[in-house]
Design a protein around this ligand. Structure first.
Ligand SMILES: CC(C)(COP(=O)(O)OP(=O)(O)OC[C@H]1O[C@@H](n2cnc3c(N)ncnc32)[C@H](O)[C@@H]1OP(=O)(O)O)[C@@H](O)C(=O)NCCC(=O)NCCS
Length: 167
């Protein structure tokens, strides 16, 4: 099925909230179980300045989401943005992450002044790491015991991609 990507709209909050209710989606990210529907409603109704949220759709169904966020408030890091990605389990391994990452890297490269895209990924998340490598992200190091996941501290890889071509 064709996957299309567009900017998230306020009316998408329920779909995004449902995506993050999926165990593998919150476990693979830094979200918590039992996400708040109201928090997602507010976040999509009034996205903070400089934050860009995207959804992937199969027909009318929202099947994944991604966010591009300022990496820091420091003006000296204004060339860097951080990336997040979540696809609920029924849609994983079907090209949704690839479509989202193609759209988000294209947006960052072509339309924003982003030189460096960065992210953290759990060191055992082989699918996500393979996806990021496919888009030119390289591992820069390991954060030890970076986050708690279901009662255990888990390492993450710091990955980043510098814009392949100068404007
Ligand atoms: C990680 C995630 C975003 C990937 O998105 P996806 O839609 O499942 O990925 P895609 O179907 O686009 O496939 C990505 C690539 O990984 C490869 N891949 C799939 N499963 C893999 C595995 N177990 N090990 C290694 N590579 C794998 C695929 O072959 C594909 O590469 P290809 O196109 O060259 O064949 C998605 O699975 C997800 O949201 N998981 C839960 C939350 C999460 O982990 N988010 C990432 C936070 S950093």
């Amino acid at each position: 099925m064709d996957i299309t990507v567009r900017r998230a709209e306020p009316g998408d909050f329920e779909a995004v909230w449902r995506n993050f209710s999926d165990e593998s989606a919150y476990s693979g990210t830094l979200q918590l179980p039992h996400p708040s529907r109201e928090t997602w409603r507010k976040r999509l109704a009034e996205p903070a300045d400089g934050h860009y949220l995207f959804v992937a759709c199969a027909g009318d169904e929202v099947v994944g989401n991604s966010g591009l966020h300022p990496a820091s408030r420091s003006p000296r890091r204004s060339h860097a943005m951080a990336l997040g990605l979540a696809v609920p389990s029924p849609w994983q391994g079907r090209g949704v992450g690839t479509a989202l990452l193609a759209a988000v890297t294209g947006f960052a490269d072509g339309w924003l002044n982003v030189f460096r895209l960065e992210l953290t990924v759990f060191a055992d998340n082989e699918r996500a790491i393979a996806l990021y490598r496919k888009f030119g992200f390289e591992t820069e190091g390991t954060h030890r015991a970076y986050a708690l996941r279901d009662g255990r501290y888990v390492d993450t890889l710091a990955m980043a991609r510098l814009r392949p071509k100068s404007p």
